[in-house]
Design a protein around this ligand. Structure first.
Ligand SMILES: [Fe+2]
Length: 182
């Protein structure tokens, strides 16, 4: 936090149970200013954190995220699903064992339930295309709770999902990314 970002006022308490109504109002105001109002930038920063290591793929996860969102956009998906496509892998570095759960928790307050559900289960959907190489059940997606939610999305996810790991496949330019997410 730079000096200019420092709030002009701070609370007097050092224990929450000693706070006043005015203190709490101040905390909420500052939190909105420094957290909620910067949320888009924070999300883009999370996307930026996916740049770099390709983990053996031909593209890094940042490129993969842009490709996924680009495909969803071109397929005519509604905005929430495009944003879900863009953000589905955020948190990968923090939660490699359950990044889909973390990403779903991040987007849940802002996206509709169906789009959040897709983010939460995208790893299982991907498994349809390769889990047999691991000796796992490629139809595990059919055991996901509320699987019926997925049925009408299946054509879209099948068109968007498997082919978004190719170099030089992008039409959602990152220079406009912040504006597009906003
Ligand atoms: Fe993922």
């Amino acid at each position: 936090m730079t000096e200019i970002d420092q709030p002009n006022r701070v609370v007097g308490f050092t224990r929450m149970d000693e706070s006043t109504k005015e203190d709490i109002a101040l905390i909420f105001t500052e939190s909105k200013k420094f957290l909620n109002d910067r949320l888009v930038d924070t999300m883009v920063d999370l996307l930026d954190s996916l740049k770099g290591p390709t983990l053996g793929y031909q593209v890094d996860r940042y490129e993969h995220s842009l490709q996924t969102a680009s495909r969803a956009y071109r397929e005519g998906a509604r905005t929430d699903l495009i944003v879900a496509a863009l953000l589905h892998d955020v948190g990968d570095a923090m939660a490699p064992a359950n990044h889909a759960e973390l990403a779903a928790s991040i987007v849940r307050p802002y996206l509709d339930a169906e789009s959040t559900w897709v983010v939460q289960h995208h790893g299982i959907f991907q498994g349809y295309h390769y889990w047999d190489r691991l000796g796992l059940d490629t139809d595990a997606r059919e055991k996901i709770p509320r699987f019926t939610v997925f049925r009408h999305l299946r054509p879209l996810l099948c068109r968007v999902g498997p082919g978004v790991l190719r170099p030089r496949l992008r039409d959602l330019a990152d220079r406009s990314l912040r504006a597009d997410v906003a």
